[in-house]
Structures are given as C-alpha cells and as structure tokens.
Design a protein around this ligand. Structure first.
Ligand SMILES: [Zn+2]
Length: 288
C-alpha cells in the first residue's frame, strides 16, 4: 500500500488519514511563524557526491554554516528572544558536536534530519531504518531526545512515515499539502505534520555550487524578504503556520541574516503572530 497514492477508491491514503484541521493550535493568534534551520553542513554536499570530500573549497563552503553562520543566527535569536527549531543530520552532529551543544545551551529545539542527508527515495527499508537509527544515536550521544523529523530534500516516503510513527516521533515537517499544521491518523499511531514549501526555503534563493549541483541561483536578500514577509502577512488572514527553512551555510551570511532579523521584527510588529518552535505546535495538535 502506498499512502501517497492519490487514486480514489484504491484503499487508505495519506489524505484519508488527515484529521480535519482545527484552530486550537493557534491559541487565539492570527498566524504563527516557525523559524527552522537545517544544519546540513558538509552532509548537504557529501550526500550527493561523496568524492567532494576531497574538494576543500566545497567543504569550506559548507563548514561556513556551523563555523560562522550558526553563531550569528544564535546571537540574533537570543537578542530577539526568538525560539527556533534546528534539524540536525547525524553527520553534522558527529562533525560539529560543539555546534549542537551551543544550540542546546541556547534553549532551542533540536530535531532529526536523517543521518547522511542521502535521498530516502533510493533506500531500502533496512537502509532507512539504519539511517534513522544512526541519526537518533548521534543526537543521543549529545544528550538530545528529538521529537521531530524533517526528510532530507523534503523527500519523505511511506516507509519513513511508518518508521517515524513506530519510533514515537511526534511530528514531521516535510510535506506540502497544506499551509496549516494537521494530524495524520496513521494506522500505527498519530503524528503531526507541519507543512513546508519551496518558496519559504532559503535553498532555492541562495544555493550555488559549481559541483555538485546543489543550485545555480543567487537571489537578492530583498527579494527573499518580500516573498517570506508577504506570505506571513497573508497567513494572518488564513490562520497559517509559516514554516521558514534556512540553512546556516546560506542564511548565515551578513546580508541574508538581515532578512531573518527583519522577518522577526515584522512578526513582532504585527502583534497577532506567535513565534513558535515546531515541538510546541506538535504538542498542541496532539493534545487537541
Ligand atoms: Zn537538509
């Protein structure tokens, strides 16, 4: 059975498992903003092209994230009293344990993001089990007990969903069939979904490397702010959860960090937008 099968009358599907959305999770606010950071570092490149480990320039491009971008992001979040969620692959946790510890020490949420940042689409079930297990183990070694998951490249599979529910993971943040969070009543148990979208990801706006091809566009930060703030503002009339996905190696650069700062400022100025961690939203959903 493929839960992503959208063919009517062919048995249970992901859309059949969705519990009708309620507004309880918003706690009276018009919308919510969840700032999320995928700490991909080297894994974003090595997951695509293992030989790139010999390319010191490409590796340094990725190391910029935990080395320079992340500390800046943490300072910004602290100065604005903003809670955030960091999705950390096992590979990043092993290469950059101090970075994970600084995120934890700052009081933010740390969640799962696969072990090697390899596509789940080509993995067997056993490989997926090992990948999730290794990610859990790498974070556990640093004292983290994550409750959330995000698939690498947002390529969640039916097998992944089964494994997450079996592992007791409270939420996923990889799907795109809504702009409000919802609960999946999976046959094996409940799991919340906090939907994402390509337009709200810094990757599509900023990622560039000659090889491997992680992206070929470098957009103006002003354009990114226009897209993100426009969506957040509009969600105040639709009751949305604006999940912004940033990568420290991309959004940690000076002019791009200002986009995040300006977005936080805008959210605070609206007065009816709550800045939330993903685990907070998931807990409210599974509670109601
Ligand atoms: Zn990632």
């Amino acid at each position: 059975m493929n839960p992503h099968d959208t063919t009517a009358g062919q048995g249970p599907s992901l859309r059949d498992w969705r519990r009708p959305a309620t507004d309880e999770w918003r706690r009276g606010k018009a919308a919510a903003l969840a700032l999320t950071f995928d700490v991909d570092a080297e894994s974003a490149v090595l997951g695509r092209m293992p030989a790139a480990v010999n390319d010191l320039s490409a590796m340094s491009h990725q190391a910029y994230g935990p080395q320079v971008g992340l500390p800046r992001i943490l300072r910004l979040l602290e100065s604005t009293a903003t809670p955030a969620t960091f999705f950390v692959p096992g590979d990043s946790a092993r290469r950059w344990p101090r970075a994970v510890e600084t995120i934890l020490a700052a009081g933010h949420e740390i969640a799962l993001h696969s072990d090697q940042h390899r596509s789940l689409l080509t993995m067997t079930q056993t490989e997926q089990e090992q990948d999730l297990g290794a990610n859990l183990e790498a974070l556990a070694a640093l004292g983290v007990r994550p409750v959330g998951y995000r698939a690498p490249n947002w390529q969640l599979t039916a097998v992944t969903l089964d494994l997450l529910v079996d592992a007791g993971v409270a939420y996923d943040s990889s799907l795109m069939d809504d702009d409000r969070p919802y609960v999946i009543d999976h046959p094996r148990g409940q799991i919340a979904e906090l939907p994402v979208h390509w337009s709200l990801d810094d990757w599509e706006q900023y990622a560039f490397l000659p090889e491997p091809d992680i992206g070929q566009v470098i957009d103006a930060p002003s354009k990114v702010l226009e897209i993100w703030q426009g969506e957040l503002d509009a969600m105040r009339s639709t009751g949305g959860l604006c999940v912004i996905t940033c990568h420290p190696f991309l959004s940690g650069r000076p002019s791009r960090l200002r986009v995040i700062a300006d977005l936080i400022q805008a959210a605070q100025d609206y007065g009816d937008v709550e800045l939330v961690r993903c685990d907070t939203v998931a807990a409210r959903l599974l509670d109601t």
